[in-house]
Design a protein. Structure first.
Length: 295
């Protein structure tokens, strides 16, 4: 596969997987608590990446977790904790709202990340401010019914909070990947997120072995396919690829979430809500447009 094809096909596959994973999360939420689902999901994701690292090490003769251990541990702990908080908020929220709606609200992290960069003294480009305005308009249409009544549920709020925490997670990833291997960091963050989530599950939800068996496929899909495989596809596609093109294709996750929810779960949004989703998708595109340089 040549570079141009790779940076188009692989991100599209990853976006399809991530989008359809909202359906798996919705199905899992019907039988499992958020902490249990998230914990078992990331446990499988960690095992999948351990296998990947062992296979990679066999061909590259690089021992996994042998370099920059201090940065790996610090990064894994910070990224894993943020991932655990964001994912559990998302999982709880998905159980109370539609998969498609959750997908679009989650994608707001692409708009929020540049704004949060202000705290790191990073300049916010004009397209980002335009994207924020359009995203707020879309969120308004998703939140208020035609009569002005509030239709923003507790599930929607949890997913919105999840997008905020995911923004912090992305900034943490951007920082720690400068000092350690990205795949090894991903594996460690999955381990941390799994342990923290399962500990919370033991305290608040108890051990539900039968429920875990009933949700085996959604857990497998969200863990191995969405967590392990799609993340690896993202890394491969970003290597030597155009970041703007890759990130734009990955953001189609929200479109595939709505499509999967409609086809598999027969979810339906109102025309007003679909227009709100369209505005939020436009905001995602706007944020990633390059700023015109002065001649």
């Amino acid at each position: 596969m040549n570079r141009k094809t790779k940076q188009i096909v692989l991100p599209l596959i990853a976006a399809m997987i991530w989008g359809s994973a909202f359906v798996a999360q919705k199905s899992g939420a019907e039988v499992l608590g958020a902490f249990t689902f998230t914990g078992t999901r990331y446990l499988l994701a960690a095992l999948a990446l351990v296998c990947f690292l062992l296979i990679r090490g066999k061909y590259t003769r690089q021992r996994p977790f042998s370099a920059n251990r201090s940065a790996l541990l610090r990064g894994g702990l910070v990224m894993g904790t943020l991932l655990a908080v964001a994912s559990n908020l998302q999982q709880y929220g998905v159980g109370l709202t539609s998969a498609g709606k959750a997908g679009f609200i989650t994608t707001l992290y692409i708009v929020l990340v540049p704004l949060f960069g202000l705290f790191l003294h990073k300049r916010v480009r004009v397209p980002v401010w335009c994207g924020v305005a359009v995203a707020l308009a879309g969120l308004y249409l998703l939140s208020f019914a035609a009569g002005g009544e509030m239709s923003f549920t507790m599930g929607d709020l949890c997913v919105l909070l999840c997008a905020i925490v995911f923004s912090c997670h992305i900034l943490a990833v951007d920082y720690f990947t400068k000092f350690a291997d990205a795949v090894e960091l991903a594996c460690l963050q999955f381990v941390v997120a799994a342990v923290e989530s399962l500990l919370c599950a033991l305290v608040t939800e108890g051990v539900a072995v039968d429920a875990i068996r009933a949700a085996a496929f959604p857990i497998f899909y969200a863990g191995v396919i969405s967590g392990g495989i799609a993340y690896t596809l993202q890394i491969v596609s970003q290597k030597d690829g155009d970041p703007a093109v890759v990130s734009l294709l990955l953001s189609l996750e929200s479109f595939f979430a709505a499509l999967s929810g409609a086809i598999i779960l027969h979810e339906r949004l109102s025309l007003r809500e679909y227009f709100g989703c369209a505005l939020m998708l436009c905001a995602v595109v706007l944020v990633q447009l390059p700023e015109k340089k002065a001649s």
